[in-house]
Write a protein that binds this ligand. Structure first.
Ligand code: UTP
Length: 277
């Protein structure tokens, strides 16, 4: 039913300067794999094998990563180094990849609207690769897809955050309809702690109905002069049902240096070392 997953990867990644001066943030490696590959693997595991990138200038290496590198492959063919390419080959063989460019960085909402060309008139997943998520069995995108299949409603992933951190997120207010599943009644982008309607923060995983494009087209720039996805979702919540799900698993904010270091330690200890035993 849902086949496409949109990756808005056009942002400048200023928090990682100078590393991101000529290199996309999404290609920064968490141990031995670029951030964006983790996200694409999560989408594929959820059955979304049409991967759509909304890129910008200087992001070519993302496309190259999901393509064959003939020279390299030829060079290491038949050696034990070939094993390093097993995972990425699997990804390339399981997915289909397309991209379009966001010409100006006018915000996440604008990036998603730019992706309409690739998505068309069907429900789709959205993954922000800098939110790196892990769960032992079912990945976070698969959890959302499951809820969409059951309810037919737009659904966003949320987690509880400390009060001092609410101003970094879109925050929802909602009515809990099932354990961990809320019907959204309000949403505020990056509120001051005194204005936050709860401590339930939206993270970078969504399953959206294509109607969101129509709403985004009419959403004026909001916080920071950017077209905010949160504003469009609130408009949607007022006319139809929007759900928010307290996902199962762990999330690392790899858009910040501290979160990136935490993720690196987690992957090294819990995934990389275990895989080598
Ligand atoms: P961020 O707010 O993390 O912005 O965007 P950023 O530019 O990537 O990073 P900083 O804040 O400068 O360090 C959240 C997500 O939305 C995408 C980003 O690529 C990131 O995945 N995005 C944001 C776009 O694709 N286009 C935009 O205009 C804005």
């Amino acid at each position: 039913m849902i086949k496409k997953c949109l990756f808005p990867v056009a942002g400048y990644g200023t928090r990682f300067l100078p590393a991101t001066k000529s290199m996309p943030k999404e290609m920064l490696p968490v141990v031995n794999k670029p951030l964006v590959q983790y996200g694409v693997e999560e989408a594929l595991a959820a059955g979304l094998n049409e991967i759509c990138f909304v890129t910008g200038r200087g992001k070519r290496s993302i496309h190259d990563h999901f393509d064959i590198s003939y020279e390299l492959e030829h060079q290491i063919a038949g050696t034990d180094k070939e094993d390093y390419l097993i995972e990425i080959r699997k990804v390339i063989n399981s997915g289909r990849f397309a991209s379009t460019r966001q010409l100006e960085m006018k915000g996440l909402g604008h990036a998603i609207l730019t992706g309409e060309l690739l998505v068309g008139n069907q429900p789709f997943g959205v993954i922000l690769a800098d939110d790196l998520c892990f769960n032992d069995d079912i990945g976070v995108m698969a959890q959302l897809v499951d809820i969409y299949r059951r309810t037919g409603s737009t659904v966003v992933a949320i987690q509880e955050v400390e009060e001092k951190d609410v101003s970094k997120f879109g925050i929802i207010a909602g009515v809990e309809e099932e354990p961990g599943l809320y019907r959204v009644t309000d949403m505020v982008e990056k509120p001051a702690p005194s204005e936050a309607p709860s401590n339930l923060a939206i993270i970078g995983r969504y399953v959206l109905s294509p109607f969101i494009f129509e709403v985004l087209r009419h959403t004026p720039p909001g916080k920071n002069g950017e077209v905010q996805l949160t504003d469009a979702l609130l408009t949607l919540a007022r006319t139809s049902k929007v759900l928010a799900y307290k996902f199962k698993g762990q999330r690392f904010d790899c858009g910040s240096v501290g979160g990136f270091v935490d993720a690196t330690n987690h992957v090294y200890q819990n995934i990389y070392l275990k895989g080598r035993k």
